[in-house]
Design a protein around this ligand. Structure first.
Ligand code: BES
Ligand code: MN
Ligand code: ZN
Length: 519
C-alpha cells in the first residue's frame, strides 16, 4: 500500500513536472565565475571602443589574443551593437570557433540592446554545430547592472530559439547548446535569469497560442491549451461555456460565434499572489476573424486573422510569467474567445445585441467583432472581480496599423498616470506604445437604433471609445496591438510567426503598477 502510494505520488509529480516543465527550449544556461573545462565555441562580448580598436579580451593564450586582435583589424570591427565576426579553429585554444559580438556603448547598454545581442548570437549558432558555448563578458562595464545585462543577453537568446514546428513532419532539431556565462557574480545573474526565463515561457505560450491555425485553436481548444500550461503553476482556471455566457447575459460575446460550430467561451485565469484587489487584464481572443457577413476580401488580410487571438495570448503570457516568478501580485486574466465565421446562423449587419452591462449595440459591421467580445469581457472583469485597474489588449483595428505601423501599439486612457506606466513598460521591454486621444469622440459611435454602434471614424478611436463605455468607473487603459503580433520580412531579429507582443509589456506593467500603488 505504502509503495503504491509512493509510486502514485511519484507518477503524479512526474506528470505535474511534465506538464509544467516547458520544452520549448533545449538550451541550458549556466552562470559561473570560471570558464568550463572544454567549450567548442568561445564568445566575447565587445563594447564599442572610443579609439578605433576594441580592447582585446582575456581569452585563451597570448597567441589567441594576438589572432583576435588581427581579426578585429581585418574586419574593421568596431564593437557596434550587433556587429560580429567568427574565427574558425582559433590559435592557442581547443575551441572550434571564436566569436566576437559587438554590444555598442557598454556604459549606455540597455536591457533591450542586450537582448538583441543574445538573439544575434542564438541565430548565428542555430546553423552551426556547437554544444558548449563559453561567453566572456569581462569587457562589459563591471557596474551594478552587469549581472542583469548578461541575464538579458541569455534571455534574448532564449526568445530567438523558439520554433513553431508542431506541424512539421520532420522538424529541424532545436538548438541545444549549453551556454556558460562567465560573470563575476554568478548568483545575481542566475537569479535575474530565472525571472527572465519565467517571462520567456510566458512569451512562448503566447506565440504558440497565436500561431495555432484557426481550426485547431478554436475557443474551447485555446482554453484547454491555457489550462494545461497554467493550472500546474497554481493559477485558477475557469471556463464559461456558450450556455453559461448567455445565462450571464453576455450576448455581445455570445453573438460573435453565432455563425460558428465553435461557440464563444470565456476563459478566466487568476494568479492570487497577494490579497490586494486584482489587476485585471482582458484580451481579445478571436480564434479566427473572417469578418463575418462583412467578409474580409483581401486574401492576405484574411490569412493573417489566425493571429486575431494575440490579445488573449498576451493576457495568458503575463499570468504565466508572474506565476512562475511566484510574484506577490493578484492578477486576473479575462479572455473572451470566439470564432467570427459566416453561416446561415451568423449575426447580420444591422442586428442589435444587449451586452451584459445593459448597453444595447447596433452591429453596423460584423467585422468590428473584437470590441463586442471585449465589451462583455471588460464588464465581467469589473462586475465579478472589482479590480483596481483594467488593462485590455487587442488586435482591434486596421486604423491603428495605418496610424502607427508595427513598431508601436496604440494606448488609450483618460488616466495620464496609467498611460505613463504603460509607456514606461513599453520603453523598458521595447514593446513600445504611443498614446492616441480618447476624446471628444463619444459622438462617433452614436446609433440611431441602439445605445451605441460598433463602428465609427477615426477607426482606432471608435474602438477605444466603444470599450470605454464598459469600464465604468474602474481605472482603465486600452492597448490596440493590431499589426504588432506577427513578424514580417523587415523584422529584427529575422523571425517568423507570432511575436508574443504584449507579454513582456504587460508583465512589466503589472510589476510597475503593483509597486507604484502598493499600500
Ligand atoms: N482583427 C481586425 C483588425 C486587424 C486588422 C488586426 C489588421 C490586425 C491587422 C478587426 O476585427 C477588424 O476587422 N477591424 C476592422 C473594423 C472595421 C470593419 C470597423 C478594421 O479596423 O478595419
Ligand atoms: Mn474583424
Ligand atoms: Zn478582429
Amino acid at each position: 500500500m505504502k509503495t503504491m502510494l509512493r509510486y502514485s505520488a511519484a507518477v503524479g509529480l512526474l506528470l505535474v513536472a511534465f506538464v509544467a516543465q516547458a520544452d520549448y527550449l533545449q538550451t541550458q544556461n549556466l552562470f559561473s565565475a570560471t570558464p568550463p573545462a572544454e567549450a567548442d565555441t568561445v564568445v566575447v562580448l565587445v563594447p564599442l571602443s572610443t579609439d578605433s580598436s576594441p580592447a582585446a579580451p582575456a581569452v585563451g593564450s597570448a597567441e589567441t589574443v594576438a589572432q583576435f586582435q588581427r581579426a578585429v583589424e581585418a574586419q574593421a570591427f568596431t564593437g557596434a551593437l550587433g556587429e560580429q565576426f567568427e574565427v574558425l579553429a582559433p590559435a592557442g585554444m581547443n575551441a572550434k570557433r571564436l566569436i566576437a559580438l559587438g554590444v555598442g556603448d557598454g556604459a549606455a547598454l540597455q536591457r533591450a540592446d542586450a537582448e538583441s545581442v543574445g538573439a544575434a548570437l542564438a541565430l548565428h549558432l542555430a546553423t552551426r554545430p556547437s554544444s558548449t558555448v563559453a561567453v566572456n563578458t569581462g569587457l562589459l562595464p563591471q557596474n551594478d547592472s552587469h549581472s542583469a545585462l548578461v541575464a538579458a543577453v541569455a534571455h534574448g537568446a532564449d526568445l530567438a530559439n523558439y520554433r513553431f514546428d508542431r506541424y512539421k513532419s520532420a522538424p529541424e532539431p532545436r538548438p541545444a547548446q549549453t551556454y556558460h556565462w562567465l560573470v563575476s557574480d554568478p548568483q545575481a545573474a542566475e537569479a535575474r535569469y530565472a525571472q527572465l526565463r519565467a517571462l520567456a515561457e510566458g512569451v512562448f505560450t503566447a506565440r504558440e497560442l497565436t500561431n495555432l491555425p484557426g481550426s485547431d485553436g478554436y475557443p474551447a481548444a485555446f482554453a484547454d491549451h491555457v489550462r494545461q500550461r497554467l493550472e500546474p503553476l497554481g493559477i485558477t482556471i475557469t471556463v464559461l461555456t456558450p450556455k453559461q455566457i448567455l445565462q450571464e447575459g453576455m450576448e455581445a460575446l455570445y453573438g460573435v460565434s453565432r455563425g460558428s460550430q465553435h461557440g464563444s467561451h470565456l476563459l478566466i485565469a487568476q494568479w492570487r499572489g497577494s490579497k490586494d484587489a486584482p489587476i485585471a487584464l482582458v484580451g481579445k481572443g478571436i480564434t479566427f476573424d473572417s469578418g463575418g457577413y462583412n467578409l474580409k476580401l483581401d486574401a492576405e488580410s484574411l490569412l493573417a486573422m489566425t493571429g486575431d487571438k494575440a490579445g488573449a495570448a498576451a493576457v495568458a503570457g503575463p499570468l504565466e510569467a508572474r506565476a512562475r516568478q511566484r510574484a506577490p501580485v493578484n492578477v486576473v486574466g479575462i479572455m473572451p474567445l470566439s470564432q467570427n465565421a459566416v453561416s446561415g446562423t451568423a449575426q447580420l449587419p444591422g442586428d442589435v445585441v444587449t451586452s451584459a452591462s445593459g448597453i444595447t449595440i447596433e452591429i453596423a459591421n460584423t467585422d468590428a467583432e473584437g470590441r463586442l467580445v471585449l465589451a462583455d469581457g471588460i464588464w465581467y472583469a469589473r462586475e465579478k472581480f472589482k479590480p483596481r485597474v483594467i488593462a485590455d489588449i487587442a488586435t482591434l483595428t486596421g486604423s491603428k496599423v495605418r496610424a502607427l505601423g508595427r513598431d508601436y501599439a496604440a494606448v488609450f486612457s483618460t488616466d495620464d498616470a496609467l498611460v505613463d506606466s504603460v509607456t514606461q513598460a513599453g520603453e523598458l521591454t521595447r514593446e513600445r506604445v504611443w498614446r492616441l486621444p480618447l476624446g471628444p469622440y463619444e459622438k462617433i459611435i452614436e446609433s440611431t437604433v441602439a445605445d451605441i454602434r460598433n463602428t465609427g471614424s477615426p477607426g482606432a478611436q471608435a474602438g477605444a471609445v466603444f470599450l470605454q463605455q464598459f469600464a465604468g468607473d474602474t481605472p482603465w487603459v486600452h492597448v490596440d496591438m493590431a499589426g504588432n503580433g506577427r513578424y514580417d520580412a523587415t523584422s529584427k531579429p529575422p523571425l517568423t510567426g507570432a511575436t508574443g507582443y504584449g507579454v513582456r509589456l504587460l508583465t512589466e506593467w503589472v510589476t510597475l503598477y503593483a509597486n507604484s500603488t502598493a499600500e
